[in-house]
Ligand binder design. Structure first.
Ligand code: RFL
Ligand code: PHB
Length: 392
């Protein structure tokens, strides 16, 4: 089989790239190791920035999203027992959108398949090669049979554990890593959101909690826990009790509880690998970088990477120009490092470190008060949270 672009991975990066290429008349094949049912039910991110929403709109991926999303003009913070509201609309005239990643993925699969883009599920890429030639290839296993896809370019959209990044020789690749001494226990519950807006809580004694949602009837909540905590240690009662303690008592806020339908623990990591291009291989999304979820940037970065990549590929097929290939790493990494800084900053400001001194705890609280208590601080937070432009 041959396609102009071979895409490994049917997450937000691979599927958005497939859509952008198809709209520009470039042929591609998407190889996904998991089943369609699995990728469509994997619970992950929930927050879309304006830039991601705009791109989904321009590419005709917005019909169901517009019916089901929850539009947020502001976000609530609780720190040191005090509430603060960051009104993004008032500060920067931008907002954020809640629409689950698995819904984004479902819509992208439906639209791509309806347009005739081959998305092969249970097709695991095993090896890639020919990256320095004009005929790179992907060897993959589909329905028990080993097959080869030849292409002009390979897009490694295969997430953090994929095979694309390790195909860049160690001598060329540089990884920047920071692991955090905590993780997030995330739950989905049949419970209306506690507030219509997201609540980020920093509790001096007990740590971080986040109250978000998926619909008017479904809450998504997160608790800071040790990094490799076993979710089996967390009974439903213990989760609700802990969420209630971290939230604290505030007028007009009553914790909304219900049946927990899903729980899982995610370790937290900041990671960047460069370069994002090697010969005819391009990395995009989690394959090249990971951010801790506190800033809600991962899915949005995946979408902005492939926007940049689609422009480079479109220009190449239209004019033969390769300048955008050469600038791909630099263009993406400017935005990635901006998001890395913001995600690290939010994470370190909102979580309790296990070995933190009493001084550090007080300093952290003072920082939160300084940021949330000044219009300049809230504006900085809002600008980064609501998202930087797609291409910087
Ligand atoms: P994905 O979604 O991991 O997709 C990669 C796909 O590649 C497949 N694959 C292979 N296929 C074929 N052959 C192989 N050899 C393969 N190896 C892997 C995998 O099966 C998979 O389907 O990466 P992508 O597309 O780069 O998208 C990245 C996002 O998924 C990720 O950054 C976000 O989920 C991060 N994230 C958040 N991002 C946001 O923008 N907003 C949020 O609110 C937000 N919250 C979160 C998050 C991530 C979380 N977890 C669980 C990590 C909250 C959490 C708890
Ligand atoms: C989510 O809705 O899952 C979500 C929202 C904001 C975050 C992380 C996750 O910072």
């Amino acid at each position: 089989m041959h396609a102009q672009v071979g895409i490994i991975g049917a997450g937000p990066a691979g599927l958005m790239l497939a859509r952008l290429l198809q709209l520009n008349g470039i042929s591609c094949v998407v190889l996904e190791s998991r089943s369609q049912a699995y990728v469509e039910s994997r619970v992950r991110a929930g927050l879309l920035e304006q830039g991601s929403v705009d791109l989904m709109t321009q590419t005709g991926l917005d019909a169901r999203m517009r019916r089901e999303w929850m539009v947020h003009d502001g976000t609530e913070y609780i720190a040191g027992g005090q509430r603060a509201h960051v009104d993004m609309w008032d500060l920067i005239q931008r907002r954020i959108y809640i629409y689950g990643q698995q819904e984004v993925v479902k819509d992208m699969i439906a639209v791509n398949t309806a347009a005739g883009v081959p998305v092969l599920f249970e097709a695991e890429a095993r090896e890639i090669g020919g990256l320095d030639t004009d005929r790179p290839w992907i060897r993959y296993l589909h329905r028990g049979m080993e097959q080869t896809l030849t292409c002009d370019f390979i897009a490694g959209c295969d997430g953090f554990h994929g095979i694309a990044r390790p195909a860049i020789p160690d001598a060329i690749r540089r990884d920047y890593v920071r692991d955090y001494p905590f993780g997030w226990l995330g739950i989905l519950a049949d419970a209306p959101p506690t507030l219509p807006e997201l609540i980020y809580c920093q509790n001096e004694e007990r740590g971080f909690a986040l109250f978000t949602m998926r619909s008017p009837k479904v809450s998504r909540c997160y608790l800071q826990v040790p990094p490799y905590e076993d979710e089996a240690n967390w009974s439903d009662d213990r989760i609700w009790h802990e969420l209630s303690l971290r939230l604290g008592k505030h007028e007009g806020i009553a914790l909304s509880t219900g049946t927990i339908t899903q729980k899982s623990v995610t370790p937290m990591r900041s990671f960047v690998s460069e370069p994002m291009r090697h010969g005819r291989l391009f990395l995009a999304g989690d394959a090249a970088h990971i951010v801790p979820p506190t800033g809600a940037k991962g899915m949005n970065l995946a979408i902005s990477d492939v926007y940049v990549l689609s422009r480079a590929l479109t220009e190449f097929y239209k004019t033969g120009a390769t300048t955008r290939f050469d600038s791909y790493t630099g263009t993406c990494l400017r935005r990635v490092w901006g998001a890395q800084h913001f995600s690290w900053w939010m994470t370190s400001m909102m979580h309790n470190l296990p070995d933190e001194s009493a001084f550090d705890r007080k300093r952290q609280l003072a920082e939160l008060r300084a940021v949330l208590g000044s219009r300049a601080g809230r504006t900085f937070l809002a600008e980064n949270y609501a998202g930087l432009p797609l291409e910087m």
